[in-house]
Design a protein around this ligand. Structure first.
Ligand code: OAA
Length: 177
């Protein structure tokens, strides 16, 4: 995968992976039929990349973003972080600083079953970000939760290593075989 220099909203120049070509989710449904796992959760788009894909990594947490903040400071290698915040809209699990660190570390996107904040800044970042909504309230940072465990929402179980595609129509997981 080639790498291109890019500039973050913080003004620093970083090297970023070129986005993987992402097949439209509707085309994937037509190709794979019932073998494609389709998430029913109705997300909103917050990132600058509306279509994105990559291998799944996961965090499970509740109104605490300590674990995902740490994980997004490590190399993403083009992965998509799926965060199961239990659907809570009480606190934001990601803002512009955490998302910028995901960009700098080569993550392709975030799918958050929860809320974000700094939404105007998130829209400027070269990152896929889907979440349920917004709340300016911060999450705690105690690091409670789990990393790389299977997480489920929208009728789908997201297991680390699954291949996820996301676009304006939804979020899908390719068949494992
Ligand atoms: O720190 C947080 O909890 C979220 C945030 O504001 C950021 O990522 O910029």
């Amino acid at each position: 995968m080639s790498r291109l220099p890019t500039t973050t909203t913080k003004g620093s120049t970083v090297t970023q992976r070129t986005p993987r070509t992402s097949q439209p989710t509707a085309d994937l449904v037509d190709e794979y039929g019932d073998r494609l796992r389709v998430c029913d959760t109705q997300f909103r788009q917050f990132g600058g990349h509306r279509a994105f894909s990559g291998a799944v990594r996961t965090v499970s947490c509740h109104e605490d973003n300590g674990l995902l903040r740490e994980l997004l400071r490590t190399p993403g290698d083009g992965a998509v972080l799926v965060v199961n915040g239990g659907g809570s809209l009480h606190t934001a699990l990601t803002g512009d600083l955490i998302a910028a660190s995901a960009v700098e570390n080569g993550w392709a996107g975030l799918v958050i079953n929860g809320a974000v904040r700094d939404s105007a800044a998130l829209a400027e970042l070269p990152l896929g970000i889907k979440a349920l909504g917004t709340n300016p309230r911060k999450s705690s940072k105690d690091g409670r939760g789990a990393v790389d465990v299977p997480v489920g929402f929208g009728g789908v179980t997201f297991t680390p290593g699954d291949v996820l595609h996301a676009d304006d129509d939804g979020v899908v997981l390719l068949p494992r075989d």
